[in-house]
Write a protein that binds this ligand. Sequence first.
Ligand code: ACO
Length: 311
Amino acid sequence: SETDLEHEFDATIAREQRIEPRDWMPEGYRATLIRQIAQHAHSEIIGMQPEGNWLTRAPSLRRKAILMAKVQDEAGHGLYLYSAAETLGADRAELTRRLIAGTQKYSSIFNYPTLTYADVGVIGWLVDGAAICNQVPLCRSSFGPYARAMIRICKEESFHQRQGYELLMTMMRGTDEQRAMVQESVDRWWWPSLMMFGPPDADSPNTARSMAWRVKRNTNDELRQRFVDMTVPQAQALGVTLPDPDLAWNAEREAYDFGVPDWAEFGAVLKGNGPCNVERITNRRTAHEEGAWVREAAVAFAARERKEPTQ
Ligand code: ACO
């Protein structure tokens, strides 16, 4: 009966075992996973744009090769994650339609512009650093395909984070202009990076349910704190200042106190009114439309192969 199935589901989660696509699951569990995984996949795909912006203007062949590899990794992560969503019965084409129609979200962070080459380094250091902080615990998410996808994705994100930090280290050893360029970039990206973790726990409608289901393993505020604590010493080693006058070590809590992000700005970005929302979605829609002939050809080819199997 439904009750037995629900007991079995709860017991599997309580034993720290994985729920697999063939297993019974509550509809709410399926829906929240499709929502989170689709948003995550869309973020990887849209996230190719801000850095892709610098591919043709990378300062050396080496930097260009690294950046190209990184942007391609993001595409791979997106495809992995769409596949994970498909195991829940979601249709990939439908998810893309919803992204383009603006009815499914992607990370707020990718609605900010990349104005200088230092942004490539800062995205690697702060944005990918925040992504790792958020995603390492998701390797223990209760849904098997999502948790397993996270393992490889986190390994690749660690490479991304290091390439960003190494790029910034190189610039910080350079000229005064280069150091100023890094600082200016950190000033722009710091607060949006903190917003990546989502609204404060008190304003997060999904956290309690997702924690109980072990879809999420930590709350938004826990991970934001972890990110700040991990990043402050890295900023010191780099020689940059994080733009927060309230940032201070709290010996009692053994953690850094920090200021409050501008949640009104976050809300505006989520509503589609960030600096680059329109540009990002327009580019995605154009790419989708221009790729229609490739999809049609692939479907026609697959149909022909089925009819005329090769010897
Ligand atoms: N950008 C855009 N939307 C966000 C963000 C953000 N930074 N943070 C929260 N939201 C959305 C949520 O999706 C939710 O929207 P919905 O209910 O309309 O679908 C709403 O704001 C309320 O937030 P929460 O209740 O806190 O939502 P949730 O429990 O899903 O937590 C979080 C949000 C932490 C982002 C979670 O979904 C998660 O861990 N996702 C996986 C990681 C991910 O998506 N990373 C993408 C960026 S990293 C990268 O690609 C490099």
